[in-house]
Design a protein around this ligand. Sequence first.
Ligand code: GDP
Ligand code: MG
Length: 372
Amino acid sequence: PEDVRVYEFAEACGKSPAEVITVLFGLGMMVTKNDFLKQDELEILGEEFGIEVTVKDALEDANYVDDYEVEEVDDSNFVTRPPVVTIMGHVDHGKTSLLDKIRSSKVAKGEAGGITQHISAYTIEQNNQKITFVDTPGHAAFSAMRARGADVTDIVIIVVAADDGVMPQTEEVISHAKASGCPIIVAVNKMDKETANMDMVKAQMAEKEMTPVDWGGDIEFIGVSAHTGQGIDDLLENILLQAEILELQADPDAKAKATVVESLLEKGRGPVATVIVQNGTLRVGDNIVCDTTYGRVKAITNDMGKPVKELGLSETGNVLGLNDVPVAGSFMVAQNSDKEAREIATTRAEHARAKELSKSTKVSLEEMSGLI
Ligand code: GDP
Ligand code: MG
């Protein structure tokens, strides 16, 4: 609790720092906007403002300002949202090839030629139902995203090459996938190869407690080929089945919230953030804050590189207009005004700096006492 400053508390519950200070002053407590609030002060403020205050884990990082936002979940506008699927697997088992094949086989005819380069996230349609795919940006980045609480994944696909079987990274990926708590589907790739051996893969996976459904377990194994395209429809149908069981829902009219899965500084375009919308609808013109960066959405391009006006639930695209490159894994949240967006970003940047500073002060004090 000592981690919440007066201005942060004010921001989280939509009050001005002055209002918070006034309440505490009225009770004989002198605080400034940069002071940390004690547990009893938080309780008093909660009662005074008629809100329930819950403070989550310590703020390790400026991004976690979101953690004590007083969020009201209104599910009256909930609609079904498309699943977000992450593909993981041992290097060279065909993750990228499979993603590219799924995409090229599902885009409208005539557009397939427009797909020239591999992208990190895209949305397809299968039987009029959308599915968003994300390529794992590498295990380190994936873990970093999970640590930030920004895991956008609903379903995990583990790719295992039918000729190679379970490899060291497959084992790693299995533990990642299990830890995520998401339903897992195993795509046994390279089934076009003569040396492909589905039973070998199943046996090896069963040893890792990934028992196939037809062996009495609960994991679906789908044979596929990123080269011939065999099994891909099967895989997609299975994803949709899993999604149905998950009953994924969100509110298309809520304040837009998206997760940054990739970001870069592009010559002539400025900071570009690849996002997946988790709630609400992200529109051109929205004032946004993203960790310590902010701006106004200048343009959005969809996964085909075409300009669009908005991104809906679970959809992905590139967003232009931030003042700086945001970190992958951070949340992009729409704000009511550009002033608000700027203030939140600035506050977070200050907070992050203060944290760093207090860390280094602590360190130097400890070092000093060690010397005395
Ligand atoms: P990643 O490292 O998991 O992303 O694997 P890639 O997609 O880069 O594929 C690694 C290699 O396997 C490439 O040479 C691909 O052409 C090949 N490959 C991928 N999928 C298949 C497949 O279904 N059949 C065959 N025969 N080769 C494949
Ligand atoms: Mg790859």
